[in-house]
Design a protein around this ligand. Structure first.
Ligand code: CP
Length: 296
C-alpha cells in the first residue's frame, strides 16, 4: 500500500490486513522501527482525535514526525500547494498526512508523477473521505462483535455533509453489513444503492445492533437548520436508544444536540472513547504498511 486515499481503493483483503496489523500492534505482538522515515502532518482543518492519534502512532512506530503549521507557512505569502509539497519533499519528507476541506486535493497530489517518491495519507478530505476513521470504526465493531457481516448499523444525523458517513458506508458495503441511514430529507444526501433510508427514528432503530451518531457539520452547511426540530425528531435519548445497542460517534460530540448528555454516561456509549483509542492502532498499521512499501 503506497497511499491511503479512500476506502473505495481498498479491497476487503486489504481492509482485513490493516485490521490484523492494528490488532498485532494493540496486543504488542508487532513492533515497528521506521527511524529513517520523515512524516509531515498537514492539517488545514481543525482536529483533535485524528491529529493527535496520527502523532501518537508516528511516535510508536519510531518515525520522525513534523507538524506543518499552515497559518505560519509560506502558503500565506502566495506559494501554492504543489510548490509547498515539492519543497517539503526536497527537504526530505517521505509521507504527507493531509487533512483539507478540498474533496480531491490528496487524491490529485498522489496521482502526480512528480511526487512519485512521496506517499500521501488522507486524514479527512472535504465531504469526500475519511478512510482512517472508517477503518478504526470497523476495527472497533469487529473487536467487539467479531463478525460485522451479520450486523445492522444505523448511521444517524448529517449524512449529507459527512465524510465519516460516506467512508463508513463504502467500507460496510464492501464487508456486506446491513446499513441504514436515518436523517431528515435535507440531511440525507445522495442515496447509495443497497443502503436503507429512514426519516423516522423508531423505525430505523428497530433491531439495530449499532448506532453511529454524527454531528451536524455546520461549517459545511449554507442553509438555516432548525436545531429544535432536529433535536425533537433525531436526538438520541435514554428513551429512544435500544437497550443493547452499541453507540458510536466519531467525535467531536455536540452534547445535547445529536446525543443527550446523560446518554454519554451509559455503558452503550463507552464505545466512543474506544474509537479514539483504536485510532492509534489503525494509524500505526496504515503508516507501517505505507512505509514498508517505500522500503523505509
Ligand atoms: N473524528 C475526527 O476526525 O475527529 P477530529 O476532527 O477531532 O480529528
Amino acid at each position: 500500500m503506497k497511499h491511503l486515499i479512500d476506502i473505495e481503493s481498498l479491497s476487503v483483503d486489504e481492509i482485513n490486513q490493516i485490521y490484523n496489523r492494528a490488532l498485532e500492534f494493540e496486543k504488542g505482538h508487532r513492533k515497528a522501527n521506521h527511524i529513517n522515515s520523515n512524516i509531515v502532518n498537514m492539517f488545514f482543518e481543525n482536529s483533535t482525535r485524528t491529529k493527535m492519534s496520527f502523532e501518537m502512532a508516528e511516535n510508536k512506530i519510531n518515525a520522525k514526525k513534523y507538524d506543518f503549521c499552515a497559518d505560519a507557512s509560506s502558503l500565506n505569502k502566495g506559494e501554492d500547494m504543489f510548490d509547498t509539497i515539492n519543497n517539503l519533499s526536497a527537504i526530505g519528507m517521505n509521507v504527507f498526512v493531509i487533512r483539507h476541506n478540498d474533496d480531491n486535493l490528496v487524491k490529485e497530489l498522489s496521482q502526480k508523477v512528480y511526487f512519485q517518491d512521496a506517499a500521501f495519507v488522507n486524514a479527512g478530505s472535504g465531504i469526500y473521505s475519511h478512510p482512517t476513521q472508517a477503518l478504526l470504526d470497523y476495527y472497533t465493531i469487529k473487536r467487539h462483535f467479531l463478525d460485522v457481516k451479520d450486523k445492522t448499523i444505523t448511521i444517524v444525523g448529517d449524512i449529507a455533509h459527512s465524510r465519516v458517513a460516506s467512508s463508513n458506508i463504502a467500507l460496510l458495503k464492501k464487508i456486506g453489513a446491513k446499513i441504514r441511514c436515518l436523517a431528515p430529507e435535507y440531511l440525507t444526501g445522495d442515496k447509495v444503492e443497497g443502503v436503507e433510508y429512514y426519516t423516522d427514528l423508531n423505525s430505523a432503530f428497530e433491531n439495530t445492533d449499532i448506532i453511529m451518531a454524527l454531528r451536524i457539520q455546520k461549517e459545511r452547511i449554507q442553509e438555516h437548520i432548525n436545531i429544535d426540530e432536529y433535536i425533537k425528531n433525531y436526538q438520541i435519548t435514554k428513551e429512544n436508544l435500544p437497550y443493547a445497542a452499541f453507540l458510536m460517534h466519531p467525535g467531536p460530540v455536540n452534547k445535547d444536540i445529536e446525543i443527550r448528555s446523560d446518554v454519554l454516561e451509559l455503558q452503550n456509549a463507552k464505545t466512543i472513547l474506544n474509537q479514539a483509542k483504536n485510532g492509534v492502532f489503525i494509524r500505526m498499521a496504515v503508516l507501517d504498511m505505507v512505509l514498508n512499501s517505500m522500503g523505509l
